[in-house]
Design a protein around this ligand. Structure first.
Ligand SMILES: Cc1cc2nc3c(=O)[nH]c(=O)nc-3n(C[C@H](O)[C@H](O)[C@H](O)COP(=O)(O)OP(=O)(O)OC[C@H]3O[C@@H](n4cnc5c(N)ncnc54)[C@H](O)[C@@H]3O)c2cc1C
Length: 532
């Protein structure tokens, strides 16, 4: 089995010689230690609390921003402000309140490493529980007190060694370090349809659910077939009078039961956190082995097992052969983000459900007209049409060193050194920035690793005598070319259209094993940074 090239090649031979990367990062066979506590011991040390005091601005109070504030606090940085454009924290889990919204990663893995939660109700938690969890953790750590709600950062400029911030409330602030935690699924993708102004029903995006609109007994249309659409269909089919799913592309569905944790289970988790820690470690290991590492090797045996599961599910669950063929994707499993569901096929076969595969022509006052000329009557139209995942922190205006605009740096497409830093944008670190791990890997874990990495660079600013740290152009370019080469061997390039692909058709993702991500972010290679 051929492995994708490891990024060791771009991490700098000098750094390896200097021992800055403790292990030679070739062919990492060992699993990293993701499960128990992602906190890097170096980042976690309370050394240097007496160094230069730094002021931090964190932009965004989703899971990443809250975690960043906690970690800064734990490192002894008292001067932290979090700007959140919404009136509440929670990001994705605040914005997505649609019926059926849930995580598709086991909850004990989709939790902060430092805040295990004995109260998860099921193996895969509903969104409302995740929202309650992040609010509780923020409250427990006193983070909610440093959040400025309903205040969007509109501009960030690096001037005279500091970041100057401007907000929607006309506030001006200054920070030494900016942590960008603005999310990847924050900017919604809203397609426009001919005739949409004439449509007389209600229409909204799945991430902007209008809870005032009644659904019981009504004719509901759902556009899209990603994870949100599938969850909505399953949740609504028993409430709607008629449910129509408009499918452009069929999806592979991974059958996944969702076990409930009993009161007894929760009591064990509460009284013996070690059980939870071990469970998290086990889930992480299995998840990485069976899934995350499978998707970066299109020929891997694990991928064949996933494919078999999905095919069997389709064959055995969908009775009508014609419907089965319309639901059958024509691309390799996991080429698009894999959809996980315990009951989608059952839902779409209910008598009040229908699947429409003809392309949408336009909206009419009474519903949706498809290219075959049929008009499908709809009262409520849900756009489960995803997100503009390449926007990242934009439309915020970001001006780096020498007046360089981020829009200019990213004119072709977003890029970053090791997903975290952009050349010419010193002392600015991104969480869930460009080209991070995907393939259903928990982004909460990704953000923790990125923050631990950033903390080590921040330490150089606090006690290392440096005023600014920024990734070099050469390290970023080398990383990028190595990433692009490795991406060719992944399942994401096997011939499907997906939001993973950039404008050139290159997957905008981490193309190496997850262990390589842990390893690359374990300790910064200082050769790849300009320190002033
Ligand atoms: C329906 C759905 C299901 C998902 N399921 C999973 C899953 O199962 N597993 C998984 O790993 N991931 C999943 N994701 C991805 C999810 O986005 C991440 O897991 C995680 O929630 C990201 O957290 P974040 O804090 O990085 O970003 P977000 O949650 O997007 O938070 C960003 C925050 O920044 C704020 N913000 C943005 N711009 C500004 C600005 N200029 N000024 C001030 N504030 C700003 C936003 O209001 C928001 O609160 C899912 C996403 C969706 C939409």
């Amino acid at each position: 089995m051929q492995r994708a090239t490891h990024p060791a090649g771009v991490l700098g031979q000098a750094a390896l010689r200097m021992g800055l990367l403790a292990k030679k990062a070739v062919e990492v066979r060992m699993f990293p230690s993701p499960p128990a506590d992602t906190t890097n011991s170096q980042a976690n040390s309370q050394t240097g609390v007496t160094g230069r005091p730094l002021r931090f601005a964190i932009i965004g109070a989703g899971l990443s921003g809250v975690m960043a504030a906690i970690k800064l606090q734990q490192q002894g940085h008292p001067d932290v402000v979090v700007y959140e454009k919404a009136a509440e924290l929670g990001g994705t889990w605040r914005d997505n309140s649609y019926p059926g919204v849930a995580c598709d990663i086991p909850s004990h893995f989709y939790s902060y490493s430092f805040a295990p939660n004995p109260a998860w109700s099921r193996q895969y938690s509903p969104g409302s529980e995740i929202l309650a969890y992040v609010k509780q953790v923020a409250h427990d750590h006193g983070v909610d007190r440093c959040i400025r709600f309903s205040e969007e950062v509109t501009r960030c400029a690096f001037v005279d060694g500091h970041w100057e911030l401007a907000t929607s409330r006309h506030r001006h602030d200054v920070a030494d370090v900016v942590i960008v935690a603005t999310g990847v699924t924050h900017q919604i993708n809203v397609p426009s349809f001919k005739g949409e102004d004439r449509f007389l029903g209600d229409r909204f995006h799945s991430a902007r659910w209008n809870h005032d609109v009644p659904l019981e007994g009504r004719r509901v249309g759902v556009i899209g077939t990603g994870s949100s659409a599938v969850q909505i269909v399953s949740a609504l089919v028993s409430r709607a009078g008629a449910l129509t799913l408009f499918q452009r592309t069929a999806q592979w569905i991974m059958p996944q039961e969702n076990a409930v944790f009993s009161e007894q289970d929760k009591q064990i988790f509460r009284t013996d956190p070690e059980v939870m820690r071990k469970m998290r470690a086990g889930i992480a290991r299995r998840f990485i082995e069976r899934f995350s590492d499978a998707v970066i090797d299109r020929d891997s045996p694990q991928l064949r097992v996933i494919e078999e599961n999905c095919r069997n599910y389709l064959e055995t669950e969908v009775r009508d052969p014609a419907l089965r063929e319309r639901l059958r994707p024509d691309y390799q499993v996991a080429c698009k983000r894999l959809v996980v569901s315990p009951d989608f096929y059952q839902a779409i076969q209910k008598p009040n459900a229908s699947l429409v595969t003809d392309a949408i022509e336009c909206l009419e006052p009474e519903g949706v007209r498809t290219r075959d000329g049929r008009v499908h009557p709809i009262d409520v139209l849900v756009l489960a049409t995803g997100f503009r995942t390449d926007r990242f922190m934009r439309p915020m205006q970001v001006i780096g060193r020498g007046g360089r605009a981020l829009d200019e740096a990213w004119a072709q497409r977003p890029s970053a050194y090791l997903t975290v830093a952009v050349p010419d944008f010193p002392n600015l670190f991104m969480l869930n920035g460009p080209n991070g791990p995907v393939g259903n890997f928990p982004l909460i874990e990704v953000a923790e690793l990125q923050m631990n990495y950033a903390l080590q660079l921040i330490e150089l600013l606090r006690s290392g005598g440096y005023r600014s740290v920024s990734a070099t152009e050469s390290a970023t370019a080398a990383f990028e070319s190595s990433r692009i080469e490795a991406a060719q061997k992944t399942v994401w390039t096997t011939g499907c259209a997906s939001w993973y692909l950039d404008d050139r058709g290159v997957p905008a993702t981490w193309p190496w094993p997850i262990a390589a991500f842990y390893e690359a972010l374990r300790c910064p290679d200082l050769e790849s940074f300009e320190l002033l």
